[in-house]
Design a protein around this ligand. Structure first.
Ligand code: C5P
Length: 221
């Protein structure tokens, strides 16, 4: 089936940031618009895949025609991803917060003039990509992202091994690139076979190419 090469395949995509509560009105988060992850989910669906998109809080609309699960925290995102297994393809694009507040307050933390300023004790969040990459129900194709501001390729290659991924899509998110929150992206595809530099592309075009690469790879396995 040329037009729908991913028909009958199931894909899980994460997108957006996670919000880790400090108290009912405050949170810590990573910067992420969700644009790249949502575009990848839509591109996989366009090739016929049955897509579950697990999205953190974003201000862009749900792509049409796929199953979207909205979550806030990393632990909720992990639970939603694991609940969506088994799958053929996992693309973890979300900018998951590495840490959460160890004991979030269930009441708003009040400001008391003249008193000491609160300090936040953090604890590690689950690594969703690493969990999926080493899972007994590991999808045939596991893909992660690496947003780096330095040593992009060597960091991405280390990530490929550590996380049990087949591909890492690496980009340089130094503020001068304008990639964060922008509509364009310039990525390298790191695999066990080598590295491929893609040109500066619209995020939708990166998504289309990545979906085509996924379709081509899955058909060989
Ligand atoms: O370790 P680092 O955050 O740089 O890795 C980025 C990749 O790992 C992305 O694919 C991201 O979605 C995924 N990740 C994850 N869970 C985390 C941290 C990162 O799935 N807690």
């Amino acid at each position: 089936n040329g037009a729908k090469p991913l028909a009958g395949k199931k894909a899980i995509v994460t997108s957006g940031p996670t919000h880790e509560p400090i108290d009912p009105v405050r949170y810590i988060a990573n910067r992420s618009s969700g644009r790249q992850g949502h575009a990848i989910a839509a591109a996989l669906a366009a090739l016929g895949a049955d897509v579950t998109l697990v999205s953190g809080p974003v201000s862009i609309p749900d792509p049409a025609g796929l199953n979207v699960i909205h979550v806030e925290r990393a632990e909720e995102m992990r639970d939603a991803v694991l609940a969506a297994l088994p799958a053929d393809i996992a693309v973890m694009v979300a900018a998951v917060a590495d840490w959460r507040v160890a004991s979030a307050s269930d009441q708003k933390i009040k400001k008391h003039p003249g008193e000491s300023i609160p300090t936040l004790a953090l604890t590690e969040n689950p690594d969703i990509l690493k969990t999926v990459g080493h899972h007994t129900q590991r999808p045939k194709l596991v893909i992660g992202f690496a947003a780096e501001t330095q040593d992009v390729e060597s960091n991405a290659r280390a990530k490929l091994e550590r996380k049990g991924a087949d591909f890492i899509v690496a980009n340089d998110v130094s503020p001068s690139t304008g990639i964060m929150g922008g509509t364009r992206n310039r990525v390298k595809i790191i695999s066990h076979d080598g590295v491929e530099q893609w040109p500066d592309l619209d995020k939708d075009e990166v998504a289309t190419r990545l979906a085509a690469l996924i379709a081509g790879t899955i058909m060989q396995r």
